[in-house]
Design a binder for this molecule. Structure first.
Ligand SMILES: Cc1ncc(COP(=O)(O)O)c(C=O)c1O
Length: 392
């Protein structure tokens, strides 16, 4: 008998892990819009509006602000392959998985890479970066704004100033911060920046917004060798997104519809209001978690509002708790990565999911499961403490 393939069906999950976050229904609806040609004048208008909205979100005037066709990792790779050539010196800050991934990217470009590291859960010490920058002429300094493996939000101002003083390009990963944490590309002096759609933007994983200022574009223009990746060569892609509209690859039309709609939703809410919403819901969650008797991995002043790492109490089975949350409550949270594997849960309150309902549901479900597994705690008290944050 021929095998039968049933219609696609998935459970309705509340995605409170490190990404993706739940997608706004308006974005899903936009994705069902009929596909038109990628050089159709109507689509060119959609592209222009999308670039305008991206500039607004990144807080930049950079002309070269476009979505790359791929996930956040492609955004990372685009920034490195276009900027670095064999033999270039790069200084990369590493305090988690995504800093390490940057090192791998830069090394694959043939760059000579040095690192400044910090323990996982701690921010990078700008003093150590300053010392390293004084020792060598670096082309690039790179750092992750919100390290999704640890939940640290890295202050950027000092690093940016140091890079600027030495004529070093400053590159920032904002995959887990854009649209959920304060970010000023021009105001902070960031030369190169990339992000992703699946986290605080509540758009399916599909595109990687990137922005390059004139200093970065000039550095790319001055390359000795061609960019080794044909697909990510910005000199060609910029001609498609720019005035010339020269075909490079067929744009992922439906994903760009999704991005435009997701950005439109953020624009309607207002960036300040959205960032404040992320801050308040994170604060309520932190208060509730601590009332459960759990500890947070990151000191409050360096905690990302979009991603929280909660230490797993001794004697509690990490995977069993996450499985119970998923199977009994339809809630996804993430496990630890790298140095923090088995030590923390990673909770994302991003985009659509940065909401009081998410906070209360997760605290109640987690408290109930922990009690059952032998960790005595009071979910009622946790809800009360979280509630106080909203009252204030
Ligand atoms: C900080 C950071 N950078 C880069 C990435 C890579 O993004 P993607 O998984 O969408 O390729 C992620 C994904 O979690 C991330 O959190």
């Amino acid at each position: 008998m021929a095998k039968e393939y049933k219609e696609l069906q998935v459970s309705s999950r509340l995605l409170l892990g490190p990404g993706p976050s739940n997608v706004h229904p308006r974005v899903l609806k936009a994705m069902a819009t009929p596909v038109i040609g990628h050089l159709d004048p109507e689509f060119l208008h959609i592209m222009n509006e999308t670039m305008e909205l991206l500039r607004w979100l990144f807080r930049t005037k950079n002309q070269l602000t476009i979505p790359m066709s791929g996930t956040g990792s492609l955004g990372m790779e685009t920034c490195f392959v276009n900027t670095l050539e064999a033999g270039d010196a790069a200084l990369i800050c590493v305090n988690g998985v995504f800093g390490q991934r940057m090192v791998d990217n830069a090394q694959r470009c043939g760059a000579r890479v040095d690192t400044v590291s910090a323990p996982w859960g701690e921010p990078i010490d700008p003093g150590r970066v300053e010392k390293a920058l004084a020792q060598k002429d670096y082309k690039l300094l790179a750092v992750v704004h919100a390290e999704t493996s640890t939940g640290v939000l890295q202050p950027l101002e000092d690093l940016s100033r140091m890079a600027r003083e030495r004529g070093t390009l400053f590159l920032v990963d904002t995959v887990t911060s854009l649209g959920g944490c304060p970010l000023e590309v021009d105001g902070t002096g960031i030369d190169i920046c990339y992000s992703g759609t699946q986290k605080c933007l509540s758009i399916p994983p599909s595109l990687a917004p990137v922005t390059f200022n004139e200093k970065a574009a000039a550095a790319i223009g001055g390359r000795k060798a061609k960019v080794q990746s044909w697909y990510q060569d910005l000199s060609m892609i910029a001609s498609y997104w720019g005035k010339e509209r020269v075909y490079h690859h067929t744009a992922p039309i439906s994903s760009i519809y999704a991005l435009r709609e997701g950005l439109r939703i953020i624009h309607e809410e207002g960036l300040e209001a959205r960032i404040e919403r992320h801050r308040t819901n994170a604060a309520a969650f932190w208060a509730g978690v601590e009332a459960l008797g759990l500890k947070l991995q990151v000191r409050e002043e360096f905690r990302a509002p979009s991603l929280t790492t909660v230490r797993i109490p001794g004697g509690i089975d990490d995977a069993a708790v996450r499985k119970a949350l998923l199977m009994e409550h339809n809630i996804e949270v993430g496990g630890g990565l790298g140095d923090l594997k088995g030590k923390v849960w990673r909770v994302g309150l991003m985009g659509e999911n940065s909401h009081a309902n998410s906070v209360f549901l997760l605290l109640a479900a987690l408290g109930g499961i922990l009690n059952r597994m032998g960790f005595a705690c009071s979910p009622g008290e946790a809800l009360e403490e979280a509630g106080k944050v909203y009252q204030n």
